[in-house]
Write a protein that binds this ligand. Structure first.
Ligand SMILES: Nc1ncnc2c1ncn2[C@@H]1O[C@H](COP(=O)(O)OP(=O)(O)OP(=O)(O)O)[C@@H](O)[C@H]1O
Ligand SMILES: [Mg+2]
Length: 341
């Protein structure tokens, strides 16, 4: 009789509740005497790197974690990797509390950062991979199969015996990904995996990640300042600013929610662009007979009817601004502070 009312509870892969992390930073004073005094009376500021962050990520999701410099992205990923202990709050990844640093958890996730390498600089990548095999006790057959598959996908076979320091940044990042995936983690934290890469290498890493994630259905959190990465890989984004989550939902909804403008494109019938269009908004491009104007959202229909009543138009279109611009605007101004409220 219990069978009828049994519900299967699907566990989230990542569950974060009101996570906080503060850092004490030494307050430096200007001037020699103040510095000397500072040696005896140290004063500290408290920086809230992560403030009451909560989110849930299901198994197999690939979520973007976006925010300006210093927003708290890396700190959150360090918390979830158990490298940093929180000041307060809770987190569970695959049922583990990361900062307990259980061996069982270590085998189930990987953290890849674009800024810090885990490979041995002077050794060929294959030596580091062998070390991983021992650390994670990967059976020899699995190791060979996975290594072949990953080197194939990332096209780095010919570079395996070259010292890592001789590899290009893009090649090194691909080796880092192999090192991170050899033990088949279920959760992957990617902290700016394409930072500093040229467009071709960036796209190669993107394509690999998309393919790998779809095949293996692993759960991924990706931070990146390149919106091209994010648009290629994630449907959902969590946006954080000054340690606070300001958006969690579909990536496309960011444009809807935070963009204050739309783009109107017009093609005039007579071969000129009329004067005075600045009164509707910022002229982004003017190539007679075409013009592109950035207009405040709430003034779009009013502007259109005014232009149409005065001019003869061949073609007209209204579009959203690119995600890249909306994000840049959101992070660069007081908008982010306003969005927090
Ligand atoms: N070990 C530390 N000691 C003191 N302050 C720190 C430490 N680590 C991070 N912070 C501070 O916490 C805040 C968040 O830093 P974090 O590295 O998480 O930002 P981020 O979102 O990853 O930024 P970026 O896009 O530049 O990588 C910043 O103000 C940073 O200076
Ligand atoms: Mg960071």
């Amino acid at each position: 009789m219990f069978g009828d009312c049994t519900t299967i509870l699907e566990m989230a892969a990542i569950e974060v509740r009101e996570l906080c992390r503060t850092y004490q930073v030494f307050r430096k004073r200007e001037g020699v005497w103040a510095s000397v005094r500072g040696l005896f009376h140290r004063e500290y500021d408290v920086v809230s790197a992560v403030r009451n962050v909560s989110f849930t990520i299901d198994e197999g999701e690939m979520v973007a974690f976006l925010g300006p410099n210093g927003a708290g992205k890396t700190t959150t990923l360090k918390l979830l990797s158990g490298l940093v202990v929180p000041t307060s709050g809770t987190a569970h990844v695959l049922g583990h509390v990361p900062w307990k640093r259980e061996d069982a958890y270590r085998r189930r996730f990987s953290l890849v950062t674009g800024q810090k390498e885990q490979l041995w600089w002077d050794l060929p990548a294959q030596e580091s991979f062998r070390l991983h095999k021992e650390i994670y006790r990967i059976p020899a057959d699995d190791y060979r199969r996975r290594l072949d598959e990953l080197t194939d996908l990332l096209e780095v076979g010919r570079l395996m015996s070259q010292p890592v320091r001789e590899l290009s940044l893009g090649e090194r990042m691909r080796m880092e990904l192999i090192a991170a995936l050899l033990h088949r983690p279920d959760v992957l934290f990617l902290d700016e995996p394409t930072i500093g890469l040229d467009v071709v290498s960036q796209r190669r890493v993107q394509e690999f990640l998309r393919h790998y994630q779809r095949e293996q259905r692993i759960t991924v959190i990706l931070t990146s300042h390149y919106m091209k990465d994010v648009e290629a890989l994630c449907d959902r984004a969590i946006v954080i600013n000054k340690g606070i989550v300001i958006h969690d939902g579909p990536l496309a909804a960011i444009i809807d929610r935070f963009s204050r403008h739309k783009i109107i494109e017009l093609q005039f019938s007579d071969n000129v662009v009329p004067q005075g269009l600045e009164r509707f908004g910022r002229i982004l491009e003017s190539r007679p007979p075409k013009v592109k104007i950035q207009v405040e959202k709430q003034r779009v229909s009013e502007s259109l009817s005014s232009i149409l009543s005065q001019h003869s138009i061949d073609d007209i279109s209204v579009s959203e601004r690119p995600l890249e611009e909306v994000i840049a605007e959101l992070f660069s101004s007081d908008d982010a502070a306003r969005a927090e409220k």
